[in-house]
Design a protein. Structure first.
Length: 94
């Protein structure tokens, strides 16, 4: 019984990582669609409980940064039903 429980736990962890990787790839594609630059994906799996990946990118102007944010948000909602409660810095495109 103990072995089956550990196998189940391992599978859940594996599935969670696979989902996180898929979400991260979707975010990168969403950024690339709006010509985001300097895209960096940082794997923080095991370093924090909040997330598995940090994704950093830049844009050339306020409108582009907001378009990147909108595209990422729209695609995450459409593909994964993830909707942020708040987006910090959106109005100033920070």
């Amino acid at each position: 019984m103990e072995i089956q429980l550990q196998e189940l736990i391992d599978q859940i962890k594996k599935d969670g990582v696979e989902v996180a990787e898929t979400e991260a790839k979707n975010i990168v594609e969403s950024i690339e669609d709006k010509k985001g630059e300097n895209i960096r994906v940082i794997d923080v799996t095991g370093l924090t409980e909040v997330t598995d990946y940090m994704i950093i990118a830049s844009g050339n102007n306020t409108n582009q940064v907001q378009a990147i944010c909108d595209n990422v948000t729209d695609n995450l909602a459409k593909e994964f039903s993830i909707i942020p409660k708040h987006t910090e810095g959106y109005h100033n495109a920070e």
